[in-house]
Write a protein that binds this ligand. Structure first.
Ligand code: ADP
Ligand code: MG
Length: 397
């Protein structure tokens, strides 16, 4: 049993004086390739990681739901029939008005969205105790992990029989409407559908998914995350600006979404669009193609063959989408110079992490080389750690 699972059970006991009926968990995630493609209804290829959020849960004999987390000193308790009043208003209103602490809106929002999806459910009151070893706010989606753990517990304890994609949709609805964070569905799908040594291909338009074997174990490879610890104040503005450029490009080219364009359309795009909008469009169109190519390449040739796609993805984000920063470029350049098979920034950009595909035996050497490059450039020391593609939502006890 991991420390976090133990912590969740201990918190449940201190809350209720008894043992939980069960423990459910869901992992964080990282994105292998496919950046900013989600809101263009394109393709992504994320994977679940070994770090997980655990929910120790037991029924109550009243109709109330109480949540507690090692993340916070406060507990939040509401009646089941209050959930709708809290969360069915404007997105995030219950959080903004202070009626619900933000962290509690994740699990309570999942309960609300689950009941909305299954109005005939015979829901009982619950105590929910949460603990996690997913780093919060580090780009590894602790938010999808807490949503997945809560959805797994409710599905079993309320006999909702939710499919994995149902759980992902419920998690996204909780995050979008109860918390008020406008995110796509990639994080939730990656978390709940994870499999050991595999990534999850997701078509963000059709929500079609496919588990894609990575084969890292057999090839003696590892995935190294380089957290630059850079957070840029303009990341929110930059994100909105890129979304707007994508919408502008799609409208000018007469398609509903950039997903509807292929690399064959780029010549026409170049003639039609101003240079900046063209480069934004080219990133999305080529990135979608790289995700498809990565899936095909993994299937046909295994993980050693995707290095160039990772490197091309980074160059596209650096030069066309312009969302990289010097620290991310240094992380990619230094890891490639030290022998990484491929590397790219991962996540929304303007800071955050890069990911490098490296020989297991070379993890230490690549890590040292990256740390030295950061030191030489006068950057803050990065956090370096490997991530293990792991199992999705599950019942642990
Ligand atoms: P990320 O998903 O990248 O870690 P987000 O801002 O999307 O960052 O989600 C982080 C938020 O999710 C936290 O601020 C907190 O409100 C909630 N959260 C995550 N993990 C936990 C936890 N173990 N207990 C309570 N709340 C959590
Ligand atoms: Mg998140």
């Amino acid at each position: 049993m991991t420390a976090a699972q133990d912590d969740a059970i201990r918190l449940f006991r201190s809350l209720t004086g008894s043992a939980p009926a069960g423990v459910w968990s869901a992992p964080g995630r990282a994105n292998l390739i496919g950046e900013h493609t989600d809101y263009n209804e394109g393709f992504v290829l994320p994977f679940a990681i070994a770090q997980r959020t655990f929910a120790a849960v037991g029924p109550r004999d009243d109709e109330r739901i109480r949540v507690a987390s090692t993340f916070s000193d406060e507990q939040v308790e509401v009646a089941l029939d209050e959930l709708d009043g809290l969360f069915s208003g404007p997105a995030g209103e219950a959080v903004r008005s202070g009626a619900v602490a933000e962290w509690a809106a994740y699990p309570l929002g999942v309960a609300w969205a689950a009941l909305a999806a299954r109005p005939d459910a015979r829901a009982t009151g619950l105590d929910i105790a949460i603990a996690s070893d997913v780093p919060v706010g580090a780009g590894l989606s602790s938010s999808a992990a807490i949503e997945g753990a809560a959805a797994g517990a409710l599905s079993d304890l309320w006999s909702l029989d939710l499919s994995l994609i149902d759980m992902a949709k419920i998690g996204r609805r909780a995050e979008n409407e109860a918390v008020g964070a406008p995110t796509g569905i990639m994080d939730q799908v990656a978390s709940v559908m994870g499999r050991v040594d595999a990534a999850t291909f997701l078509d963000c338009r059709t929500l079609e998914t496919r588990s894609v074997d990575l084969g890292l174990a057999g090839e003696g490879l590892a995935l190294l995350v380089i957290d630059t610890r850079v957070t840029h104040a303009h990341s929110t503005g930059g994100y909105g600006d890129r979304r707007a450029a994508c919408e502008r490009g799609a409208a000018a080219l007469g398609v509903p979404m950039l997903r509807d364009l292929g690399t064959d359309d780029l010549e026409r795009a170049r003639r039609t669009l101003d240079d900046e909008t063209f480069r934004r469009v080219r990133h999305i169109v080529t990135e979608n193609q790289r995700v498809l190519d990565a899936v095909r390449t993994l299937d046909a040739s295994g993980p050693r063959a995707i290095g160039d796609l990772l490197v091309a993805s980074h160059a596209s984000m650096r030069d066309d989408f312009e969302i990289s920063v010097p620290e991310l470029d240094a992380a990619v350049d230094a890891s490639l110079a030290a022998g990484a098979i491929g590397a790219r920034m991962t996540g929304g950009g303007f800071g955050g992490s890069a990911i490098a595909l490296v020989e297991r035996a070379a993890v230490d050497a690549v890590s040292r080389a990256v740390a030295a490059a950061f030191d030489a450039a006068g950057f803050r020391a990065p956090h370096l750690f490997t991530v293990e593609p792991s199992e999705g939502v599950r019942r642990d006890a």
